[in-house]
Design a protein. Structure first.
Ligand code: GCB
Length: 601
C-alpha cells in the first residue's frame, strides 16, 4: 500500500505523465504466444467481473492494478476507484449493451476478478486464454503487468505459471476500444465499435511440455491420399509426438526436433464437402500432453477462372454476415450461430462471407459440421495507415492468429486480407505482404480481398489482383452507383484471368410502419435491386460466386437518417433475426435454380 506522502508524489506524476501508456504497450501477447487448446480441459472465468469505465485513463496513471483489496475503513489514502468493490459486468459482454450511458463509450474499462487456486502444481503450466477483447487488452495478475494484446477479434493467451499462487489471486484487465488512425481497423468503419471482453475467458493447465501448435490437412496434390501434420511444442523437448485418427486406421509417430515436427501420413479419407461434411476425430499426444480436434479433409484450388472443390468446379452461393445482435452486440452463442446457418440453409447457400474481421471460432466449427464453405477476413478495411510499420505488424499478427486458430477447419476456403482499400503503392505493398504471409502459413487455401474497380473505364482494375487467388468485387449498382448497365459493362470490359466473387451487393430496405413504401430505403426498391442484379450476374461467366450484403440488418454509428436510426438496413432479414424481406425470397429462388442446374450438370 502506498504511504500518503508517496501517494501524493504518485498522484502528481499521474497527473503530469502523458507517456503513461508506454510501459503497458508491448503487444507481447500475439500469435507467438497462442496455445492450441482443442480438446483441453479448461476452467471458465466467465461470469461477473468488477467493472468500471475509465475515460481519462486514470487507472493506468494511478496504477489501480497495484492497489490491494481493503475495506473502506481500512484505507488510509483517498481512492478514485476500488477494483475490488462496486459495479460488475458479465464476461463475455460488450459494455455498450449493458447501460445506456456506456452506449457510445470509447476508452479504457477495467475488469477485475478473483482467481482461486486450491493448489499450484510445480510440474504444471497455466495459461489464460481470452477469446476476444476489443481492442487493446492489458493484463495484470496480483498487481503485476503480464502483457497486452492488439486486435479486437482474435484470441490470445498469457502464461501465468510464474505469477500464480495457491489461494486467492486477482486478475485484472484494462480493455481499450479507442478508435485511432494506426489501428486495424482504424477510425472509420461501417460497423459498431463494440468494446469489452466479449468472448469466453478460460484457464488452461498443461504439463511442462505442451503442444503449442497443431495443423493437419489433406496434401493438395490431387491424389487425395496423403495428409500432412505439423506440430510445435513449448517447453523441454519431449519427442516424438503421436497422432491417431482411429477411423482411418492412422497411428503414427511424428519426430520432434527443437520443438518442431511434421510428417506425411498415407490415408484415403472420405472427402469433406457441403453435401457430405465428414469429420474425423484426431488425437495428438506429446509426452504427458494430449490435444484433440475434429478435422475434415478436402482440396480447394483455383484453375483459370474456376474454383474447384475436390477437383470439381463449384459456384459459391453465399451471403455475407456481420457478428452483430440487437441485444448482445458482438457476443454470440451456439443458438445464435445455428440460427444464422439455418437461415443460410433456407436461402440455399453453400458459402458465407464472415465479414469484416474474425468471427467467433464456433462459427467455423459449426460450418465444418453443417457443411458450409467460409470466407474469413481480417479488418484491413478502407483507409488504414498503410505507411505505418506498426499498423502492418498489427494486421499481420491478426492474420496469423486467425490462421493459427482456424487452419484445421475444412469449411474455411478463403483468407481475405482486406476490403475496399485505396489504390496506393503503400497499400499494394502492405496487402501483397499479407497475401504472401497467408500463403506461406497456409498453402492449402485461397487468398482474396475486395478489390477495386476503375469507374471511369468501367472495369475491375486492381494491382493487388496479381497477388491473390480470387478477386472479390463489392458492387452496388442500383444503390451507390445508379446505372445498372454499368455492371454489364464491367462484365464486358474486364477479362480477369482469375475467378471473381461478388463479395458484396445489395440495397437498404427498411420494413415496418416507419419504412418508406417506395423509392430508396423501401423494401420494394431493395427487391428490385436484387432482381436486376441477379439478371445481370447470371450472364457474367467469370463470376464464380456471390455473397450479397448482408444476412441481417446491423448496428452502426454512421447511419443516422430517419429510416436508418443507427442501423445498416441491407439485411435480407431485419435486426430481429426473424422478419424476412422480399429480397430474401428472391435470392433464395435464384440459389435454388442454381443448385438445380448444378445438380443436373
Ligand atoms: C461496403 C462495405 C461494407 C458496408 C457496405 C454498405 O462496400 O464493404 O462494410 O457496410 O458497403 O452497406 O455500404
Amino acid at each position: 500500500m502506498l504511504e500518503r506522502s508517496d501517494m501524493a508524489d504518485n498522484a502528481l506524476q499521474a497527473l503530469h505523465d502523458e507517456e503513461y501508456d508506454l510501459p503497458f504497450n508491448k503487444q507481447n501477447l500475439n500469435a507467438d504466444t497462442l496455445l492450441f487448446t482443442g480438446g483441453r480441459a479448461s476452467r471458465s472465468l466467465d461470469g461477473d467481473w468488477h467493472f468500471c469505465v475509465d475515460l481519462l485513463d486514470t487507472g493506468l496513471r494511478q496504477k489501480w492494478f497495484a492497489m490491494q483489496p481493503a475495506s473502506p475503513e481500512d484505507r488510509t489514502e483517498p481512492w478514485d476507484y476500488d477494483p475490488y468493490d462496486g459495479d460488475t459486468a458479465p464476461v463475455p459482454s460488450n459494455w455498450a449493451m449493458l447501460k445506456e450511458k456506456w452506449y457510445f463509450f470509447e476508452g479504457s474499462a477495467w475488469y477485475t476478478r478473483p482467481l482461486d487456486m486450491s493448489r499450484v502444481e510445480p510440474d504444471k503450466r497455466y495459461f489464460l486464454r481470452i477469446g476476444a477483447a476489443a481492442y487493446d487488452c492489458k493484463l495484470f495478475l496480483n498487481g503485476e503487468f503480464l502483457g497486452n494484446h492488439y486486435g479486437a477479434s482474435t484470441p490470445f493467451c498469457v502464461e501465468l505459471t510464474n505469477q500464480l499462487r495457491a489461494g486467492r489471486n486477482w486478475l485484472m484487465a484494462c480493455v481499450n476500444n479507442t478508435r485511432t488512425r494506426d489501428r486495424v481497423p482504424m477510425r472509420n468503419t461501417d460497423w459498431f465499435n463494440y468494446g469489452g471482453i466479449y468472448r469466453e475467458v478460460a484457464l488452461f493447465e498443461t504439463p511442462r511440455t505442451a503442444i503449442q501448435r497443431f495443423a493437419l490437412h489433406l496434401v493438395p496434390d490431387g491424389t487425395y491420399s496423403k495428409l500432412r501434420v505439423e506440430i510445435e511444442s513449448t517447453g523441454p523437448d519431449a519427442g516424438p509426438a503421436q497422432i491417431d485418427i482411429p477411423e482411418l486406421g492412422v497411428s503414427q509417430q511424428v519426430p520432434i526436433t527443437d520443438c518442431k515436427g511434421s510428417s506425411l501420413i498415407d490415408a484415403r479419407p472420405d472427402l469433406w464437402s457441403p453435401e457430405v461434411p465428414k469429420l474425423y476425430d484426431v488425437r495428438v499426444t506429446l509426452g504427458a500432453d494430449t490435444v484433440t480436434d475434429r478435422v475434415g479433409f478436402r482440396q480447394i484450388e483455383r484453375r483459370g477462372t474456376d474454383i474447384l472443390l475436390n477437383g470439381a468446379p463449384i459456384f459459391l452461393r453465399g451471403i455475407s454476415v456481420h457478428e452483430d445482435d440487437a441485444a448482445l452486440g458482438k457476443v454470440t452463442n451456439d443458438a445464435d450461430l445455428r440460427r444464422r446457418f439455418a437461415h443460410a440453409q433456407e436461402l440455399g447457400c453453400n458459402f458465407l462471407r464472415l465479414a469484416h474481421y474474425p468471427h467467433h471460432e464456433r462459427a467455423a466449427e459449426l460450418a465444418d459440421e453443417l457443411g458450409f464453405l467460409l470466407w474469413e477476413e481480417i479488418p484491413v478495411y478502407w483507409a488504414i495507415d498503410f505507411t505505418n510499420p506498426s499498423t502492418y505488424r498489427d494486421a499481420e499478427n491478426q492474420l496469423r492468429e486467425l490462421i493459427l486458430r482456424d487452419r484445421n477447419r475444412a469449411s474455411v476456403i478463403i483468407w481475405s486480407v482486406g476490403n475496399e482499400n485505396p489504390d496506393t503503392d503503400a497499400r499494394l505493398d502492405f496487402m501483397r505482404r499479407l497475401a504472401h504471409t497467408a500463403k506461406d502459413l497456409d498453402p492449402t487455401r485461397l487468398t482474396s480481398a475486395a478489390c477495386l474497380v476503375n469507374h471511369s473505364l468501367n472495369r475491375i482494375e486492381d494491382r493487388l489482383a496479381d497477388h491473390i487467388d480470387v478477386i472479390g468485387l463489392n458492387e452496388y449498382y442500383g444503390w451507390y452507383e445508379e446505372d445498372f448497365d454499368d455492371l454489364a459493362r464491367i462484365g464486358a470490359n474486364s477479362a480477369p484471368g482469375k475467378p471473381v466473387v461478388i463479395s458484396e451487393t445489395g440495397a437498404d430496405g427498411v420494413i415496418g410502419p416507419k419504412g418508406p413504401k417506395t423509392g430508396l430505403f423501401s423494401e420494394d426498391y431493395m427487391a428490385e435491386v436484387y432482381r436486376r442484379q441477379i439478371k445481370t450476374l447470371r450472364e457474367l461467366d467469370y463470376i464464380k460466386g456471390m455473397s450479397p450484403w448482408i444476412l441481417y440488418d446491423f448496428r452502426v454509428e454512421r447511419r443516422q437518417n430517419k429510416f436508418q436510426n443507427g442501423y445498416n438496413h441491407k439485411g435480407l432479414i431485419a435486426a430481429d433475426k426473424a422478419t424476412k424481406k422480399e429480397a430474401f425470397h428472391i435470392l433464395a429462388d435464384f440459389y435454388s435454380q442454381l443448385a438445380q442446374t448444378e445438380a443436373t450438370l
